[in-house]
Design a protein around this ligand. Structure first.
Ligand code: GTP
Ligand code: MG
Length: 373
């Protein structure tokens, strides 16, 4: 399990605030992060989920603040389990909180073109609510995306439905969350950020941060409990499916239909694997969380060490590297994938001019701090 951003550098800057971007897979989280920050984090191209770890954007300036965006994998990822996703997000949130990194709020993205107010979207939002708790909803903006993909009239109708039905966003909106539109332009993304950082002191503690900070185990948190319940239901659904397949296999055997029998047998194996993965993940939730946290801590320590060494060796003043001290907050900078790949290929000189200071710092520190994919 990987908690680390793909390309991480650590430096300290107490004035930098971070904003987490969450939501189901494919809602445009990474696109939103890239648009605002100028990062080049990988964006999905097909139906498969794309982001498979928590990753942090380059810092950018807006409304007099230095901001980093925390991009997260979505629940209902096609490759990761929900337990794996929760562990990664929880480890990041808990660790950054323990290092006093200011979280200004959370932007939750929802595709306006999803015509079902239920299913995956509702499940994902339920988990999100449990992760945030009620008290931090004032620092949550639910932003609808993909307005260009659906007729405006239909989109407006759906927006109204989202805001007015108990089954979806209404209860959260009543408790202080805000609904916004993201029209895929920089101006609309910036407007969302501005309204998030305008009203408060730009520091919120999410429910899961409080819970983990007070010593609860991940499975004892509200989100952990909700997810365990969901996983249990998922396993039951798969078992039900399995019973149907077994009956079909018997039927195909009786009918001597070898082709169907083979297809059904393959499906049986696939579902059996799914069940055992879900069972293992949920029984090992604590282990998975601790591993995620340990990896994150190790990488941060290595990157800090590398930052210190780099500062000593390479005239840091010219880069304006902030001073490092033991308990300062964590700020992570991310370089673009293509440029980091260039570094891997030994093209450091070619990569540096493109990515600016934060990317440069990331590139410099990366070989010390990362497990490359
Ligand atoms: N038409 C349209 N496409 C968008 C918009 N936002 C994102 N996309 C596209 O939607 C796809 C998924 O976008 P991502 O940014 O990778 O979504 P994500 O939420 O990060 O997905 P995961 O990493 O899989 O959780 C990409 O092909 C984007 O180009 C939008 O507002 N309009
Ligand atoms: Mg993504």
């Amino acid at each position: 399990m990987d908690v680390s951003p793909e390309h991480t550098a650590i430096c300290q800057d107490e004035d930098t605030i971070s904003i987490a971007v969450m939501g189901p897979t494919g809602t445009g989280k990474t696109s939103f992060v890239n648009l605002l920050s100028g990062s080049s984090l990988r964006v999905g191209k097909d139906l498969e989920s794309c982001t498979d770890s928590v990753q942090v954007s380059q810092p950018f300036e807006l409304a007099g603040r230095t901001i980093t965006l925390v991009d997260t994998p979505g629940f209902d990822d096609t490759k990761l389990t929900d337990v794996g996703v929760l562990n990664m997000i929880a480890a990041y949130l808990s660790y950054s909180h323990s290092r006093n990194q200011k979280l200004a709020g959370v932007i939750y993205l929802h595709r306006i073109l999803d015509n079902r107010v239920g299913g995956i979207s509702a499940r994902s939002f339920r988990l999100f609510r449990n992760l945030c708790g009620d008290q931090s909803l004032r620092s949550v903006i639910i932003a609808t995306t993909m307005w260009d993909k659906v007729d405006e009239d239909v989109a407006l109708e759906r927006e109204e439905e989202l805001a007015s039905k108990d089954v979806f966003f209404k209860p959260a909106l009543k408790k202080g969350a805000r609904l916004a539109r993201h029209s895929n332009t920089l101006a609309s993304a910036q407007a969302i950020i501005r309204s998030l950082i305008a009203n408060d002191d730009c520091s919120v503690t999410l429910q899961i941060q409080e819970e983990l900070g007070s010593g609860l185990e991940i499975f004892e948190t509200r989100a952990g409990k909700e997810l365990s319940r969901e996983v249990f239901e998922q396993i039951n659904r798969h078992r039900e499916e399995m019973r149907g397949i077994m009956a079909d296999i018997q039927e195909a055997t009786r009918a001597r239909d070898q082709e169907s029998r083979k297809e059904l047998a393959d499906e049986r194996v696939r579902i059996a694997n799914l069940i055992s993965k879900l069972q293992m993940d949920s029984t090992e939730m604590v282990k998975g969380y601790r591993e995620a946290l340990a990896k994150l801590e190790e990488r941060v320590m290595k990157a800090e060490q590398a930052a210190r060494e780099s500062k000593e060796q390479s005239a840091p003043k010219s880069f304006g590297v902030p001073s490092s001290s033991g308990n300062s907050p964590v700020v992570q900078a991310v370089a673009a994938t293509e440029n980091t790949n260039a570094v891997l290929e030994g093209k450091l000189a070619a990569a540096i001019p493109v990515i600016g200071f934060w990317g440069k710092l990331a590139v410099m520190l990366a070989p010390f701090s990362l497990t490359w994919r």
